[in-house]
Design a protein around this ligand. Structure first.
Ligand code: AHG
Ligand code: MN
Ligand code: MN
Ligand code: MN
Length: 333
């Protein structure tokens, strides 16, 4: 019974990291990230009591109306990562410019993060999350924007925390598969529940997108969605509106998640550095596929995009490979 106090075999994220890496800096980084996620999960769960719902009254660099919890989550992340002394450059959805850590507090990691993903869902208590992507500073760099203006294939770590019925943390150390942890609130520890998580080979026929944008999609995307919703066995539509929740369900159940370019967002809505890259890396490491569809004249693997600015956006089509392939076929039909 995993809940019994005698369950000595379950291991915490901290001991998992110590066991799987001899890199002390990585252990310190992961501690800072997991502390942030614990603090944010507490803020999210107390928001209704602590008057943390509602707008902060400002707009961020991608034009989102910022919520009070966006700002609190952002401060929590920046504070924890800055004081870890293992980071040099931070990129946040909520900061116009990169944060360059003071020389005497610098370390080798550069972290791009979305402190609170799906924040439009906060005020009605629908699940949200935190997403993070970690590069190592380039050789000899003193820590600047060039350390994060890199393709996703250069990432060392990617992960997300989902504030759902349970608080779950999904993380991949690039090349070593996807690991899953669940927060045990009575211990205040993330407990390791699965290693090498793989998308199901018998995926559920689920598609996940904002159907309301159908009119603005290009014809291949419209043809794909028409195809899977025609006939007597249509796909089911499941859309939370928080990327973390829609990707977590896609990872565990299979299916396809898409946020294509549309007439109002020609480059898509999701941000490359702290949404596209980390989710694409996790999905690929779990045996899935993550493409941009037709983007700037070619069909690209999300992880191979070369960002030119820290809030760049890209269209995202990710999930069960055969389903992503079916979308791409519509471009060559
Ligand atoms: P964020 O709250 O961090 O700005 O991200 C919101 C994103 C993503 O979580 C979700 O997939 C997408 O916005 C939903 O967009 P629509 O409301 O346009 O469907
Ligand atoms: Mn936002
Ligand atoms: Mn987001
Ligand atoms: Mn956000």
């Amino acid at each position: 019974d995993p809940d019994s106090v005698t369950d000595v075999k379950s291991i915490t994220l901290t001991s998992f990291i110590m066991r799987h890496t001899r890199d002390n800096n990585l252990a310190i980084l992961m501690n800072a990230i997991q502390l942030s996620c614990k603090s944010i999960t507490r803020a999210v769960r107390k928001a209704g009591i602590a008057n943390l719902y509602g707008l902060a009254g400002t707009e961020n660099s991608t034009g989102d109306a910022v919520k009070k919890l966006d700002l609190l989550s952002n401060e929590i992340m920046i504070n924890a990562l800055t004081h870890s002394h293992v980071c040099s450059v931070l990129v946040s959805e909520e900061n116009e410019d990169p944060i360059i850590i003071k020389e005497n507090m610098q370390g080798k990691y550069c972290v791009a993060f979305d402190p609170l993903d799906g924040s439009s869902n906060i005020d009605c208590n629908v699940s949200t999350g935190t997403i993070f992507a970690v590069y190592e500073k380039k050789e000899g760099s003193v820590g600047n924007i060039e350390d994060v203006m890199r393709a996703g294939i250069d990432l060392k770590v990617a992960g997300y925390c989902m504030y759902g019925t349970a608080t779950e943390l999904i993380i991949t150390f690039y090349g070593s598969g996807v690991h899953r942890f669940t927060l045990d609130p009575s211990l205040g520890e993330f407990i390791h529940v699965a290693s090498d998580v793989k998308m199901p080979t018998e995926p559920k026929k689920i598609y996940s997108c904002n159907q309301g944008n159908y009119g603005g999609w290009d014809a291949p995307i419209q043809r794909y969605v028409d195809g899977i919703t025609a006939g007597d066995k249509p796909y089911a539509l499941r859309y939370v509106g928080s990327m973390v929740s829609d990707v977590h369900r896609t990872l565990l159940y299979g299916g396809i998640f898409l946020y294509p370019a549309d007439k109002k967002s020609r480059g898509g809505k999701l941000r490359v550095l702290y949404e596209g890259f980390p989710m694409a890396l996790i999905i690929e490491q779990a045996g899935g596929m993550a493409s941009t569809g037709m983007f700037n004249g070619s069909i690209q693997r999300v992880l191979e995009i070369k960002p030119t600015s820290i809030h760049d956006k890209c269209p995202i089509i990710l999930g069960t490979p055969s389903m992503v392939e079916s979308v791409l076929k519509e471009y060559t039909a």
